[in-house]
Design a binder for this molecule. Structure first.
Ligand code: URA
Length: 434
């Protein structure tokens, strides 16, 4: 086979065969196909797209380019959850102990934050001593014994995707739905769970800015997961404003702990319960949404979910007292307040702008190598639909560098838009794809 012929074939709009895709991914991973040829192929895919069979073949070839975790030694249906990335999205921290407390094992691989979006691994590292680089053996043992383990992605998980993603990033070929779907699903399938639940975000803080585009991506990923033999469900959720009231690592951990104490804000808890319902359904332990929600509410009210979270933090080397006393987590030196410039109602709260403000406070990475300040963050006091009086607090900013705080202040102030007319808060759970 010659890469030149495959590029020409895709450029002219024909479908590539499974064998051609397998050959291409293998040869690209070993370095036989140079970046310039793969870049041309990626651009051709952006213009011509890929059908289901091509996207599935690409996903499976990338899954098989590295290690595929074997979780069969752990009893029960192992369910994984993945979000396409958002601002203020701390659902994994709340959801995984709830699901584990209900007896469904959770073996999860998570990533770090990049750009304006956060990542679960950074949040977990807010607990002193917490380690996400655990051996495969320790990971499996912990899932069996504690019911939940979360690790960083191993270096050899879908290495073809890593190489391809780096190329997409610099050739303006990230935002194509079959490429996004195969990239996400190759890693999910390599992580070894029996079932997968996807949270596909839509809105200005998300990859897919309209509900229609998010649904298209969700349907492609669900079809791939099911064709690969894993029960896969998705939910489309709103990311037109940050999820919950905090953005930043330590403040999000504190909000997750409040949620596990039964005090989570409605928009956040609606997403947690929607994903939880799909995880319990995928595990075969719940069919009815109301019944699933009642069971989740019960493990929060009884304190079982919080205890499960504390046991999980301790099992991975973290300080358990910080779960029961989140005020023991580190604090930033500077607090700045943003106030309302007029009376009215919050009409918009730009998620991307808030995520960028958090990054400029030091709480996010501009490149994969950036060091982050875990104490930097934003606490939102007002969200869409809330009434405000001139001079009232809209948000608090936390940081350790006065110049960075000043830059972030302006971004946060400009993220709010006001209306004189009252309006409803947006729904966060928009559609199930099951
Ligand atoms: N996340 C991924 O892992 N891959 C993509 O292509 C987009 C988001």
């Amino acid at each position: 086979m010659r890469m030149y012929d495959l590029i020409l074939k895709k450029k002219e709009g024909a479908a590539l065969s499974k064998e051609e895709i397998q050959w291409m991914i293998n040869a690209f991973t070993t370095g036989e196909i140079p970046d310039y040829q793969m870049s041309a192929m990626l651009m051709a895919i952006c213009f011509q797209g890929m059908n289901h069979d091509e996207t599935l073949a690409l996903t499976l070839a990338m899954r098989d380019s590295g290690d595929v975790l074997d979780l069969s030694g752990i009893k029960g249906v192992k369910v994984d959850k993945h979000s396409t990335g958002g601002v203020g999205d701390k659902t994994s921290l709340i959801l995984t102990p709830i699901i584990a407390a209900l007896g469904v094992p959770v073996a999860k691989m998570s990533g770090r934050g990049l750009g304006h979006t956060g990542g679960t691994i950074d949040k977990l590292e807010c607990f002193e001593g917490f380690s996400t680089s655990i051996s495969e053996e320790a990971f499996l043992k912990q899932v069996s014994e504690v019911g939940v383990a979360i690790a960083g992605q191993t270096a050899n998980l879908a290495p073809a995707d890593k190489k391809l993603y780096a190329l997409r990033d610099v050739t303006a070929t990230v935002a194509e739905k079959s490429l996004i779907a195969s990239s996400i699903m190759s890693k999910k399938l390599a992580s070894g769970s029996d079932a997968i639940v996807l949270d596909v975000k839509t809105g200005n803080g998300a990859f897919m800015q309209t509900v229609e585009k998010a649904e298209e991506l969700a349907r492609i990923m669900v079809a791939i997961g099911n064709s690969a033999g894993k029960k896969t469900y998705a939910v489309i959720t709103d990311m037109s404003q940050p999820l919950g009231n905090t953005v930043g690592n330590i403040v999000e951990v504190q909000e997750a702990i409040e949620a596990l104490n039964g005090k989570g804000p409605k928009d956040l808890m609606d997403v947690v319960y929607a994903l939880g319902y799909l995880m319990l359904k995928a595990a075969g332990v719940a069919e009815d949404e109301n019944e699933a929600r009642t069971r989740m509410e019960k493990v929060i009210a009884s304190g079982k979910a919080l205890d499960k979270f504390a046991d999980f933090v301790e099992a991975q080397g973290g300080r358990k007292e910080q779960v029961y006393h989140p005020q023991l987590l580190a604090k930033a030196a500077i607090t700045e307040t943003i106030t309302a410039p007029e009376d009215g109602y919050v009409e918009a709260l730009n998620a991307m702008a808030i995520g960028t403000a958090c990054m400029s406070l030091g709480g996010g990475r501009e490149t994969k190598e950036s060091q982050i300040d875990l104490t930097a963050g934003i606490r939102l006091k007002k969200k869409i639909g809330d009434s405000v009086k001139k001079g009232e607090c809209l948000a608090e900013l936390y940081g350790n560098d006065a110049a960075k705080c000043n830059d972030a202040k302006e971004l946060v102030q400009n993220a709010f838009l006001f209306s004189k007319e009252p309006l409803d808060a947006p729904e966060t759970v928009l559609k199930y794809i099951t």
